[in-house]
Ligand binder design. Sequence first.
Ligand code: SF4
Ligand code: SF4
Length: 426
Amino acid sequence: MSDNALGLDLDPSILDGSLDCVHCGLCLSACPTYRVTGRENSSPRGRIYLLRGVAEGKIELGGLVADELGLCLGCRACETECPSGVEYGAMLEKGRAAVAEAGLRRGWGARVERFALRWILPHPGRLHALVSILGLAQRLGLDRLTTAALPVLAPANDLLPRVPAAAERRRLPAFTPAQGERRGRVALLEGCVMAELFGEINRATVRVLSRNGFDVLVPPEQGCCGALHAHAGDPSMARGLAEKNIEAFAMPGGEPVDAVVSNSAGCGAALREVGQWLPGRGEALASRVRDVCEWLDEVGLRPPAGSLPGRVCYDDPCHLVHAQGVAEAPRRILAAIPKLEPIEHADAKSCCGAAGTYNLLQVEMSQQVLAPKLDALADADPDWIASGNPGCLLQLAAGAHARGLRASVVHPVQLLDRAYGQDGQD
Ligand code: SF4
Ligand code: SF4
C-alpha cells in the first residue's frame, strides 16, 4: 500500500494496471452498463480513468467513483475484448476495497450485504437455519405478506426459488466411488448457496463425475469460496475463506486429487484466483480447479446412451467465459447428448445482470441488462436454457418466468445426468 497525493492508502497495482489501458475503446461495445447508459464514466475505459485519477491523486475518492464502481457488474466482458491485456477485474476489486475502506459503501442494501457476507454465508449452520426459516415462510405464504408490506423486498422475493425439500439440502456424501473403469479421483466444491438451493445440481454433478469413472471426494472442511466478499471490497475476508479451502483441498482423504471441480462459475473463478489473493500459498489449489463441464471435456466424456429430445440454449456465465476462458466445453458436452439440439441465441455471452448481489442492489440496471438476453431467448424459443452458475440460474429463471417463456432453466450437468439416467444403469 502507498499513500497517494490525497493521502489515501491505495494498492499500487491499481495505478500500474490502469497504465496498461491505451484508451482504444474496443471494450466499450461489450460493456453492458455502457450499452445501457452510453456514458463514458460507466464504461471500462471510463472506470479505469477514474481509478487512475484516484491513484494519481487527481480525482477525489468520493461518490462518483463509488457509484461507478458499484454500477459495474464485474462481468469482465471488457477483459475478453481488451487487446492490451488490462486486468480489469483485479483492479475493480482493489478499487472497491478502497471505496469500502473510505466508508463510501452506504445505504441499507450495502449494510445488509456486508452483514450477510460476514455473518451468514461463511457459517453453514446459520445459512441452513436462515434458508429453513425462508422455506417455512414460503409454505405459510408469509413471504408474499412481507413483500406486500415492504415492497423494497419484492425484487429479492421474485428472485428466490422455492426452498427445496430437506432431502435435497442434505450435505453430499464425503466419498462416492467411480462407476465402471476407474479413471482417477476428484474433489468437489459443494458451495454454500449451491448446497442450500441447488442440491439437486450438486447431486447430479456427483453422479455424472462418478459415471465418468472418478471417485468423488467432498472434503467436509471446505467452505464458502469468498467470491462475493472479494467482489464487495472485503479482500481480507476473502483471503481468510481461501485459507480454509487451501487446507481442505490440499490432500482430501490423504491423497492428492486430479482436479478440484466446481459446478458454479463464480466459485470456480474465485478458486482460480486464490493464487493471486495468497501468492505462494494459493497457486497449488488454483492450478487444479476445473469447471465440471471443462473437466469432462478435458478427460473425454463417456457418451450417454440415453437421449433427450429437445432444444437447448446455452447461456455463458460471465465468470466462466470471461473470467475462466471456458466457452466451448459446455457446448460440446450438451452436443454429446443424443437427440438434444443445441441452438445458439444472439446474446449468449453478455451478462444476465445477476452478478452476485448486483440484482438485489442495482435492481433497475440489472433488469435493463437482462432484457436483451430475454429477447434473444424468446426468439430462439428453446425447451431448456442451460447455464452453470447459481446466480445466473436464479436470474434467468425469474426473467424467463416474468417474460412467459416456456423454457426450463437448468445446469448442463442436469441434462447430462438425465441422459445417463435413461440408459438403464442408474
Ligand atoms: S466488468 Fe462488465 S460492466 Fe464492468 S466495466 Fe467491464 S464490461 Fe463493463
Ligand atoms: S480495450 Fe483495453 S486498452 Fe482499450 S480502452 Fe478498453 S481496457 Fe483500455
